[in-house]
Design a binder for this molecule. Structure first.
Ligand SMILES: *Cc1c(COP(=O)(O)O)cnc(C)c1O
Length: 379
């Protein structure tokens, strides 16, 4: 009995909330106001309230990449400055940094969790370092206490890349509230996704929020067509904001479902560690919202397993196959293979299995059955 399980499938969720989405879209159409209006302001307030009881500003922008760039520009980080991040992330993290003209510096990941290794952080800090961007990769918070302690010691800002971590908790606090600023993406496949591109910067600092509000809108202040700063055009449009407002109240329910599904996977795959397959490790400091369910496949068998699953109707993906410092786009950095061994090994070994709230336990049973069969194990 075969099954066809795509790596990702957005249609069931659209179907489930379609009447509410249609109402929201109709509201925007009838208002006839499409950029920087009521929906955007309401979404910003609602997202802030979702993340934190204490005052927090959300500034909607056009993408997660722009959110990173504008967060840095709000701090006046640019040419001559250095910004630290990890090589094992979406290359968009690094692109947001390089767009400012600042130089990229990398710190390798902790191999078990795929998160920035705080033990290697201090060695990467120079007198030019202005900010550290830890990535809450796959939906799990980086070690913010350790990172913040080092940053404070060196008077450097922490900017969270929370593009994969809407709703993730670090201890009792949601990520996106822990750094000086944070960047979110609302790319359609993210845990909170729009039906197009979108992003946001969050901060507790009113001055930074005011600066971001200008920067995203060409640098214009309250007086129209008067540009105080050389800003950019990066706005979250009203249609996307209205869609996100419909989806936000479901985020916790969807994240809980992702966690349940992840634990269902882990229950059936955990014993394959003897074969070289490692299930995700949950850090003790918070909730993992499983933007992705990523296993490590050792013994050079990752691509063989992916092909085996594909032949059995199961889609998988690799996040990410090339570490940032080995991307052709960053060849000028001259960082050879071997520079960041944990990130390079992750690129060779990680495999993302299907993970979306609408998956069923039966589908996961089928996927696990096939993975076990690949290793010659029975269920
Ligand atoms: C998706 C993502 C981004 C970029 O967000 P976009 O909205 O696609 O620009 C940045 N960092 C990480 C970790 C991401 O997953």
């Amino acid at each position: 009995m075969g099954m066809n399980i795509p790596f990702n499938e957005l249609r069931p969720q659209v179907r489930a909330i379609k009447p509410e989405i249609e109402t929201a879209i109709r509201r925007v159409l009838e208002r006839g106001w499409f950029i920087l209006g009521q929906e955007g302001r309401d979404f910003e307030a609602e997202f802030s309230a979702y993340l934190s009881d204490a005052p927090l500003y959300t500034v909607g922008v056009a993408s997660g990449t722009d959110a990173l760039e504008l967060a840095l520009r709000a701090l006046e980080i640019g040419p001559g400055d250095e910004v630290i991040t990890v090589p094992h992330t979406a290359t968009f993290t690094a692109l947001g940094i390089s767009a400012t003209g600042a130089a990229l510096r990398f710190v390798d990941i902790e191999p078990e969790t795929y998160l920035l290794d705080p033990q290697q952080l201090e060695a990467a800090i120079t007198p030019y370092t202005r900010a550290i961007i830890p990535v809450h990769l796959y939906g799990q918070a980086a070690d913010m206490e350790a990172i913040t302690a080092i940053a404070q010691k060196h008077r450097i800002d922490v900017i969270e890349d929370a593009a994969q971590a809407h709703g993730t908790r670090y201890r009792e606090t949601r990520v996106g509230t822990l750094g000086r600023l944070a960047a979110f993406s609302f790319y359609p496949t993210k845990n909170l996704g729009a039906y197009g591109d979108g992003g946001a910067v969050t901060t507790r600092d009113a001055d930074l929020a005011a600066r971001l509000t200008k920067l995203r809108n060409g640098g214009m202040g309250a007086q129209r067509y008067h540009h105080d700063l050389p800003g950019v055009n990066s706005r979250l449009d009203e249609m996307q904001a209205a869609i996100l407002r419909v989806k936000l109240p479901y985020l916790d329910v969807w994240n809980t479902r992702r966690r349940e599904l992840a634990h269902h996977y882990t229950g059936q795959l955990g014993d394959l560690s003897t074969e070289g397959l490692q299930v995700p490790v949950e850090c003790g400091w918070g909730d993992h919202v499983y933007h992705l369910y990523v296993v490590r496949v050792g013994e050079n068998r990752r691509d063989a397993l992916a092909t085996y699953l594909k032949d059995r109707g199961i889609g998988t993906n690799i996040h990410y196959p090339v570490p940032v410092h080995r991307q052709a786009a960053y060849a000028s950095l001259n960082l050879p293979e071997g520079s960041f061994p944990a990130s390079e090994r992750a690129a060779r070994e990680v495999l993302s299995l299907p993970m979306y709230p609408e998956l069923t336990a039966e589908q996961i049973d089928y996927i696990c059955e096939q993975i076990r069969a690949f290793y010659g194990r029975r269920t």
